[in-house]
Design a protein around this ligand. Structure first.
Ligand code: ADP
Ligand code: CIR
Length: 346
């Protein structure tokens, strides 16, 4: 990183929200500010400065970053979530409020369903500003809490340190584990001291998993083959409640669950299916019209910034803040029903 605290030069074709909203005026106003954890504007924007193909390009080092650097974060939050500085967030994790019968009971289109939430521990910096000791303490406390879970959530915590290359490669290929060396996270300071302090907890069936100290301190995940969205949501809601008995999460009435990336604020929930839509894939305009209408995002099948393979896509809710968890999953369900209907008609 350049040592100078100068306005970054973005190329003319840069499309990130960072280059859109970091005007010279905003830069001048924020460039010498820091949070009480010492997190600066330069730290917050480094990922988008180093990766000019970022969609967003900014990360928070702590909850305070969202107020100290509000002139930059607020317009990004407004554009991504449609959520203003005076709006407030509300949470609803009650599966009884979800109307989501399996959109594909014959299993012709939906390969698998996954719902995750991000969580961070209250009163600690977020990953981009956390110290090594704090990160290791989070790992200790969270793995101890997880090792207390029982019944269908009972499982084992596997630290990344000491995990063989072949085991981690298989877990990544099977969509269970986060990948190493992500350049967006690297530039955000989220890969410091890798692999120490990181790991994955899962039950035997690998239907309930928790990532520890990746982009957020916890990513709580429920997943299974097929399209039973309600079962996946119910398992997730139960797991969150159990973990909350032992760990207090960072939550604000305005921004909901606090996360390092502003796209994850609020519910911090991404509910997705891996779905085969080979015919619709040949008409991306129609495909995108349906996903836009239902507030959905299209990713490739190896996660963010990956490509589709064989007409299989990762379809998930886009909005996470100012809508409840039930609404996030409802968005995904209703959009998937519409996508399958269209695919059938082609
Ligand atoms: P995140 O879900 O935390 O936003 P990614 O987009 O990188 O992060 O996805 C993480 C992993 O989860 C990737 O391996 C991705 O393929 C996998 N994944 C996402 N949705 C599904 C799904 N519905 N079924 C199976 N694997 C999935
Ligand atoms: C980027 O800006 O592309 C990365 N920092 C990831 C942003 C989060 N992704 C998203 O759209 N949900």
């Amino acid at each position: 990183m350049s040592q100078k605290n100068e306005f970054p030069n973005f190329p003319a074709d840069c499309k990130s929200m960072l280059c859109k909203y970091l005007t010279k005026e905003v830069f001048e106003e924020l460039k010498d500010k820091k949070t009480s954890n010492g997190f600066t504007l330069k730290d917050a924007i480094n990922s988008g400065v180093k990766n000019i193909d970022s969609g967003i390009g900014v990360y928070a080092g702590d909850e305070e970053s969202y107020t100290v650097f509000a002139k930059l974060f607020d317009p990004i939050i407004q554009e991504y979530h449609g959520f203003g500085p005076n709006d407030s967030h509300k949470s609803n994790l009650n599966p009884d409020d979800l109307d989501a019968p399996n959109p594909d009971p014959e299993g012709k289109y939906i390969i698998s369903t996954r719902i995750r939430v991000g969580r961070n521990v209250a009163n600690l910096p977020l990953g981009p500003a956390i110290t090594k000791d704090q990160r290791n303490q989070v790992e200790q406390d969270v793995s101890a809490a997880l090792n207390n879970l029982d019944d269908k959530l009972a499982g084992t915590y596997y630290p990344l340190t000491g995990m063989s290359e072949s085991v981690s490669a298989q877990l990544i290929a099977d969509h269970f584990l986060f990948k190493a060396g992500d350049r967006f996270l690297e530039a955000a300071g989220l890969n410091r001291d890798w692999p120490q302090g990181r790991g994955i907890y899962h039950n035997d069936e690998k239907t309930f998993l928790v990532w520890v100290n990746e982009e957020d301190q916890l990513r709580i995940i429920s997943m299974q083959m097929g399209g039973d969205i309600k079962e996946v949501f119910t398992r997730l809601a139960t797991a969150i409640k159990e973990i909350e008995k032992k760990v207090t999460f960072s939550y604000s009435p305005h921004l909901g669950y606090i996360t390092s990336c502003p796209t994850n604020l609020g519910t911090a929930m991404r509910a997705s299916v891996h779905i085969a839509l080979p015919k619709l894939a040949k008409d991306m305009e129609t495909f995108k019209a349906i996903t836009d209408k239902h507030h959905l995002q299209i990713r490739g099948i190896h996660g963010e910034h990956s490509e589709s393979e064989g007409g299989v896509y990762d379809i998930s809710n886009r909005r996470r803040l100012g809508v409840t968890e039930v609404q996030c999953v409802q968005d995904m369900h209703d959009g998937v029903v519409a996508l399958i209907e269209k695919e059938k008609s082609l």
